[in-house]
Design a protein. Structure first.
Length: 195
């Protein structure tokens, strides 16, 4: 009798075939990048911060394109769950955009970064508790895999900078350097989702 394999965050299978495991791994990567920014100085801190900004922007855009639309319709109360997550995302993007304009050696940078970290971690915990748990219960392995595939497609097209006040993937893409990027992302996500 063979055992069923439950994907864990570190598994290749989890990264490829389970949207919840993929997003949970990204939450871990974000925590690690915050650690790296905090522990470094000078050019190393600037580099780590650039990578953190990129990952946060990519992660949120992918969620806006794939996860939130499913959550709105996929389980009871999903609309309110998404509304709450979007409010958190907007606040974090505003803080991130302010930090993005600062030099990482500025004495005000680290206190603001630590506030951002607290907000991002609270947001991640809320996603995991109120959104990811329901997604896992509300869809099957095929649905989880399709969303994971779409998340990866959205990540490939995501903007490199956050745009506060724009909490929809479509609007984020429109603000990117190439307007055609928006259409390519939509097409890629729709194709990945089988629509």
């Amino acid at each position: 009798m063979s055992e069923l394999h439950t994907p864990q965050a570190g598994d290749d299978m989890a990264r490829d075939d389970d949207v919840v495991a993929l997003l949970m791994r990204q939450h871990g990567d974000i925590r690690n990048l915050f650690d790296e920014v905090e522990a470094s100085t000078g050019e190393e801190r600037r580099d780590a911060f650039r990578r953190l900004v990129r990952l946060l922007a990519v992660h949120e855009t992918a969620e806006e394109e794939v996860v939130h639309p499913f959550a709105r319709k996929g389980f009871p109360g999903g609309e309110q769950v998404v509304k709450d997550r979007l409010a958190e995302e907007k606040a974090a993007k505003e803080t991130l955009a302010g930090l993005d304009e600062m030099d990482t050696d500025d004495p005000k940078f680290m206190p603001r970064l630590l506030r951002l970290r607290q907000d991002v971690q609270a947001h991640a915990r809320a996603e995991e508790r109120y959104e990811f748990t329901h997604i896992r219960r509300s869809t099957d392995v095929t649905g989880l895999a399709a969303m994971a595939k779409a998340i990866k497609a959205a990540e490939a097209m995501a903007p490199t900078r956050p745009h506060p006040g724009v909490e929809s993937g479509a609007k984020n893409m429109a603000l990117g350097p190439v307007a055609a990027l928006m259409d390519r992302t939509k097409d890629t996500v729709r194709k990945a989702m089988g629509k």
